[in-house]
Ligand binder design. Structure first.
Ligand SMILES: NC(=[NH2+])NCCC[C@H](N)C(=O)O
Length: 406
C-alpha cells in the first residue's frame, strides 16, 4: 500500500489527526494561563462540544478523523512506547533524581488509558501516591504539577508536520509545548496502523525526524507540491527554517522554501495566523501584513550549499516558485478594525477541505463574507471556547492524507 501523502494545503482532505480537548484544559488557571499559552480560561465541556461539531463536519465531508487520544492509548500497548512516554514526562531537573524515579515507578503501574491520560493531562503532586523524603515534594503546593499538562495538544498542526509521505516531529519553540512533539511522534510511530517507522534512516519513505532548532507546524505552509513557506518569528527561528529546508531538500521533498519573516508577537505567533491557502492559487491574508509580507527564496545548490535570494515581496516570490502567474489574495478589508479583530480570532486560519472549500470560525463574519464574495465556499464552526488558546481550524488539525491537486 502506498504511504499516505500530503503535498498541498488544499488537495481533498482524506484523513486528519485531531485531538479532542479533555482534562488537560481543566488545569488552566489565571495564574498559569500565560505560561501555558492561553488567553482565557476555557469552559471545557463547551470546548468539547465545539470540537465534536468540528470533527462531525469533517466526517460529513468524507474525511476520516483520527483522534490523538485514541491513537496514543493504542500506541501505548507497546512497552517501548510506554517507557519512552514516561521518560519524557518526568523532568528530573525539576523533580530531582529520587522523586523523579518515584514518579516514574508510579506511572509504570498505570494501565494504557490511565497512562495516556496522565501524559496528556499531567499530574499534580496531590494526585500522586508518592511519599518519601523529597525537598521538592515538601516545598511544592499540592496543586503544583509533578507532570506538566499539555493543554495545547489540541493544536495538532504545530507538533508534527506531514510533507509528502514524511512526518516531521516539530521542534517546539515554546517550553510549554516541547513535550507535545515527542508525545505525538511516539503515538504515530508506535501505532499499528499509522505505522510510522523508526527515525533512523532519513531516506525511508516514511520516517519521523526532528530538526533541533525550533520549527513549529503552524509556520509551515505547503503552497504547492515542492514549494513550502516557513514563517520565521516567535516560534520558528531562522536556524529552524534553515535546517528544515535542508532536510526537505536532502530528501527531495521540496525544491523551494520561502522563509517569511513575521512579527514576534502573540497575535502573529505562526504564519498561519496571518495567511492560509484557500484554493490552489489563492490565499486569505490579513490586510495588516498583506503589502509588507516578504520572503527569502531558498533553493538547494549542490549537496550542502543553499542558493538564497531576497528579501522581496512575498506574493510574487511565491507565485514564481509555484509556477503560476499570480498568487491571489482575498481582500478582507484593508486596514479595517474588523480585520484586526478577526485576525486575533483566527479569521485567517482556515482549513481547506478541497480547493475553494474551507472551514472557518463563524464569528469572523467580515472575513467569511469576503471569502464568500471571492468564490470560496466557507463552512463554519463555533470557536468560542476552542479559540481561547488562539488557534483556528487549521491549527486544530494535522492533515494525514490529501488527494493530489490537479
Ligand atoms: N498553528 C497555530 N496558529 N497554532 C495556534 C497555537 C495556539 C497555542 N495556544 C500556542 O500559543 O502555541
Amino acid at each position: 500500500m502506498d504511504a499516505p501523502r500530503v503535498d498541498s494545503e488544499v488537495g481533498a482532505l482524506r484523513t486528519v489527526v485531531l485531538h479532542r480537548p479533555g482534562p488537560e484544559l481543566e488545569r488552566l488557571t489565571p495564574r498559569n494561563a500565560d505560561r501555558l499559552l492561553f488567553d482565557g480560561i476555557p469552559w471545557v465541556e463547551r470546548a468539547q462540544v465545539e470540537h465534536d461539531a468540528f470533527a462531525d463536519l469533517l466526517r460529513a465531508h468524507g474525511v476520516r478523523v483520527l483522534l490523538l487520544g485514541d491513537v496514543l492509548v493504542e500506541a501505548l500497548a507497546s512497552p517501548a512506547a510506554r517507557e519512552a512516554g514516561i521518560a519524557d514526562a518526568v523532568d528530573e531537573r525539576a523533580l530531582g533524581r529520587e522523586l523523579g524515579e518515584a514518579v516514574r515507578a508510579e506511572l509504570r503501574g498505570f494501565d494504557d488509558a490511565e497512562l495516556a491520560a496522565a501524559l496528556i493531562g499531567g499530574r499534580a503532586f496531590a494526585e500522586l501516591g508518592v511519599t518519601g523524603s523529597s525537598l521538592v515534594r515538601a516545598m511544592s503546593a499540592p496543586h503544583d504539577f509533578a507532570v506538566d499538562p499539555l493543554p495545547n495538544l489540541m493544536f495538532t498542526r504545530d507538533s508534527s508536520i506531514r510533507v509528502g509521505p514524511r512526518v516531521v516531529a516539530s521542534s517546539m519553540g515554546m517550553p510549554a509545548r516541547r513535550r507535545e512533539a515527542s508525545l505525538v511522534a511516539l503515538a504515530q510511530r508506535h501505532h499499528p496502523e499509522l505505522g510510522v517507522v523508526a527515525p533512523t534512516a532519513p531516506r525511508d519513505p516514511l520516517s519521523v525526524y526532528s530538526s533541533d532548532p525550533a520549527v513549529e507546524g503552524g509556520d509551515v505552509l505547503l503552497l504547492a507540491p515542492g514549494v513550502l513557506a516557513v514563517g520565521v518569528g516567535e516560534r520558528t527561528s531562522p536556524a529552524g527554517a534553515e535546517s528544515f529546508a535542508r532536510a526537505m531538500f536532502a530528501d527531495g521533498l521540496a525544491h523551494t522554501v520561502l522563509a517569511v519573516p513575521i512579527a514576534q508577537r502573540r497575535a502573529t505567533m505562526h504564519l498561519d495566523t496571518v495567511a492560509t491557502m484557500v484554493d490552489t492559487d489563492t490565499m486569505v491574508i490579513y490586510p495588516g501584513v498583506l503589502d509588507g509580507l516578504e520572503a527569502w527564496t531558498v533553493r538547494p545548490d549542490g549537496p550542502d550549499h543553499l542558493d538564497i535570494r531576497g528579501p522581496e515581496p512575498f506574493r510574487p516570490a511565491a507565485a514564481r516558485a509555484m509556477g503560476i502567474d499570480e498568487l491571489r489574495a482575498v481582500d478582507t478589508g484593508v486596514e479595517s478594525v474588523a480585520a484586526e479583530r478577526e485576525q486575533w480570532d483566527d479569521g485567517n486560519n482556515t482549513l481547506a477541505l478541497a480547493p475553494g472549500r474551507v472551514v472557518a470560525y463563524e464569528r469572523n463574519t467580515t472575513t467569511n463574507a469576503r471569502l464568500g464574495a471571492a468564490g470560496i465556499e466557507v463552512l463554519t464552526i463555533a470557536g468560542f471556547e476552542l479559540g481561547s488558546g488562539r488557534g483556528g481550524p487549521r491549527c486544530l488539525s494535522c492533515p494525514w492524507e490529501r488527494a493530489p491537486v490537479e
